[in-house]
Design a protein around this ligand. Structure first.
Ligand code: NAD
Length: 509
């Protein structure tokens, strides 16, 4: 069974066929853009960029504010597309897609001007000069996105790149192409000028074509494996990129934690979006004093979760079959090496072919795939630890470093522990919410990524900070210009001697 299939069309070219992961009912099919079409889209985006930039922050903000209005008006239609393609519940779609989409479409237009306006910087030495930092758009941004947040993960970087004055060519995931193309529909309906944002459709081939199509930056979100390929291609092309990749996020539960809250946070953190969330909790380290109570509460809460495909339910399907294969491989490997299932551990075929029961595992070790590779499914492995030092050692024993969470009643200790975890972001007494906190720069350490997105950092990342240096006074010439003379050398040496050889000079420098 394939939820998405790429097929040769009778008329030539390739088409993607998509079916609902919940019901397996066909949704539709779309043509795959060829490399030539991708290059043409980038060329058109380049031609459209100067006029888009010339609109200024206020002009661009007006367009994006209009997009927010359209999104509001059309959100039921958009949600229907996203729910059909992902099988998610209505609540999860509102929480993961609608809420952050509204926030993104409102915050960046409101704040981009303040963050990206030319900035005067006073210089500590070159006092006869003035420095202006101009945040210049890079040009055309290629955005490549995954299927697990198919609308928001495509919309959010697009909004940031557009507000910074760039034009965009977006390549959403082939697993959820109908949700990805909504981004193009939204901006078209909002009346953005033609070619300011173009959606190209397709799979890895189309993504690779976009990386090679002469864009000025790639903003990639996806797996470590593909991220490496994209990073290599960007290196070859000397194109900057941000790589937002996978994770194996740890949760540390201290002996003094509020156990009821921690258990609730673990279940939400592990099973939200059926575990198909880059920052989902994939490993728990709990102090042995509270391990029994914590585990009992986690199991009780997990058993209460409702799988489903319509009405009110908590857990939807895996969005595509490959994810189910990874989950089953990880669970089988863990069981073969001595892990125990406390609840779950099997497909929920009575609900649908792509459903997997939320699963709690104990007696797990780091030599199991479930503890070392990203699972991206509804599996929560729990490890008992002697103390916080052991928890930290195990939390950091990974090649990933996306997010983490720490649970304790002592906030200062939580912050202290957070600083010792090698992760892009850490929450204390909360499951990973950093992606949703616009002001928080978001990114991964180690193999979880390169660079950061969102907020000020994200907006500036879509620009080149161009220093423009001007004269404070009109002078005929500068001391260091030709001719070089012994006299000038002595003067310069005297300046150096005063600046870094005297106490007052060092204070000034
Ligand atoms: P993926 O790497 O398979 O695909 C991501 C995108 O890359 C898709 O659009 C795909 O078509 C495209 N692609 C594939 N090969 C390519 C190539 N050679 N060149 C250019 N593009 C190519 O990832 P996925 O399975 O769609 O998404 C799941 C992964 O994404 C998980 O690892 C998850 O943790 C990660 N993710 C990370 C974040 C984050 O912000 N760090 C957010 C969401 C998901």
């Amino acid at each position: 069974m394939a939820i998405v299939q790429t097929v040769e069309a009778a008329s030539g070219g390739r088409r993607m066929r998509v079916a609902s992961p919940a019901t397996e009912v066909p949704i539709g099919d779309l043509p795959v853009s060829t490399a030539e079409e991708v290059r043409a889209a980038v060329a058109r985006a380049r031609a459209a960029q100067p006029a888009w930039e010339a609109l200024g922050f206020d002009g661009r903000a007006r367009h994006l504010e209009q997009a927010l209005k359209v999104f509001f008006r059309r959100k039921e239609d958009y949600m229907a597309v996203i729910m059909r393609e992902t099988g998610r519940s209505r609540f999860e779609t509102i929480m993961m897609e609608v809420f952050p989409a509204c926030d993104s479409l409102s915050w960046y237009p409101k704040n981009a001007k303040k963050i990206l306006s030319d900035r005067k910087v006073s210089m500590h030495l070159l006092r006869t000069k003035k420095l202006l930092l101009a945040y210049r758009p890079l040009g055309v941004i290629g955005i490549i996105t995954p299927w697990n947040g198919p609308f928001i993960l495509s919309l959010n970087p697009t909004v940031q790149a557009l507000m910074a004055g760039n034009t965009v060519v977006l390549k959403p995931s082939e697993v959820t192409p109908f949700s990805g193309r909504l981004v193009g529909d939204l901006f078209r309906e909002a009346g953005l000028p033609q070619d300011v944002i173009t959606v190209v459709e397709g799979d890895g081939e189309t993504g690779a074509a976009l990386v090679d199509a002469g864009v000025d930056k790639i903003s990639f979100t996806g797996s470590v494996r593909t991220g490496r390929k994209v990073g290599e291609a960007c290196g070859r092309n000397l194109v900057p990129c941000t790589l937002e990749l996978g994770g194996k996020d740890p949760m540390i539960v201290c002996a003094d934690a509020d156990i009821e809250r921690a258990a609730g946070g673990a279940v939400f953190g592990a099973f939200m979006n059926a575990g198909q969330f880059c920052c989902s909790t994939e490993r728990v380290y709990v102090a042995e004093e509270v391990a029994d109570e914590f585990t009992r509460r986690v199991v009780d809460k997990t058993k209460a979760l409702k799988l489903g495909k319509e009405g009110d339910f908590d857990i939807g399907p895996m969005i595509w079959p490959r994810q189910l294969e990874t989950i089953e491989r990880h669970v089988a490997d863990a069981l073969a090496k001595g892990a125990r299932v406390l609840t779950g551990g099997r497909r929920a075929t009575e609900v649908g072919n792509l459903f997997y029961e939320p699963t709690v595992l104990v007696d797990v070790r780091h030599d199991m795939a479930i503890m070392s590779e990203e699972t991206f499914g509804p599996i929560l492995p729990i490890v008992r630890v002697r103390d916080e030092q052991e928890a930290l050692r195990l939390a950091n024993d990974t090649t990933y470093g996306l997010a983490a969470n720490v649970w304790t009643r002592d906030e200062a200790k939580g912050v202290r522990l957070a600083k010792q975890i090698c992760a892009g972001s850490v929450c204390v007494n909360e499951s990973a919410i950093a992606y949703g906190a616009i002001e928080a720069p978001f990114g991964g350490r180690r193999s979880s990524g390169v660079g950061q997105v969102n907020g000020e950092t994200g907006l500036r990342g879509y620009c080149f900070a161009q220093p423009i240096i001007t004269d404070r006074f009109r002078q005929k010439e500068e001391h260091v210009w030709y001719p070089y003379t012994a006299d000038k050398a002595r003067t310069l040496e005297r300046v150096i001697g005063w600046l870094w050889g005297t106490r007052l000079g060092r204070w000034v420098a």
